[in-house]
Write a new protein. Structure first.
Length: 217
């Protein structure tokens, strides 16, 4: 596996095991997108990181003793087979596994995995890479996250949520303001105005690891 870093921190963003929970992060190297406001550009390229076996990654991640483990990137599903094997190995050892993905690969059901999937809005520059079919298998415990830079992103997100409803996809919905680009209070007011978001129990997520100047997840 191509690994950028393995470290212990808190879940700075929305997660199945709750924002703010102690967590070990396994950051994989390489990404298939180039989002305009990417905050982990150091993990984008294939020529970075180090090679580790699945067993080596599992052993190092387990050494931090956090019950919660998040596999992130880069884009983890570029190393799909290894990531699924790693997730099952860690789950069978008693860990709670979450995978953060950019939404460009299908997310299938595995009892071992909780998905946190981005939907890239217009401001990311990657909106055309999104495909509804990739989200078809998400469960009510999984999360789709929309990073919002402006009103156009928000309106696009609302149309996406309506289409997901039509498809029978009822996972959790989260909104995160693009850090430093939109006041969080404005996004909260937009969310409060939408009946559908109230009915879905939509989540507001702020990047608290950035406020605290911790390692980014």
């Amino acid at each position: 596996m191509k690994i950028n870093q393995i470290f212990s921190s808190i879940n700075g963003e929305v997660a199945n095991c709750h924002q703010g929970s102690l967590c070990t992060f396994i950051r994989l190297q390489n990404c298939n997108l180039n989002c305009k406001l990417c905050d982990t550009t150091y993990a984008q390229n294939l020529d970075g990181g180090i090679e580790m076996t699945v067993d080596e990654v599992a052993k190092e991640a387990a050494s931090f003793k956090n019950t919660n483990i998040t596999i992130t990137g880069g884009e983890p599903l570029l190393q799909y087979n290894e990531v699924i094997k790693l997730s099952k190995l860690l789950y069978n050892s008693g860990f709670n596994i979450s995978i953060e993905t950019n939404g460009t690969f299908p997310m299938y059901y595995y009892k071992e995995i909780n998905w946190v999937a981005d939907w890239k809005g217009p401001s990311s520059g990657m909106r055309e890479k999104m495909n509804f079919a990739n989200y078809r298998h998400l469960r009510e415990t999984d999360i789709i996250k929309f990073v919002i830079e402006n009103r156009i992103d928000f309106e696009d997100a609302m149309e996406v949520i309506k289409e997901l409803e039509n498809m029978g996809i009822h996972c959790k919905i989260a909104f995160s303001p693009s850090f430093g680009y939109i006041p969080p209070q404005i996004l909260i007011e937009w969310m409060k105005e939408e009946k559908l978001l109230a009915e879905r129990g939509a989540i507001f997520s702020y990047q608290i690891h950035k406020l605290l100047k911790l390692k980014e997840n």
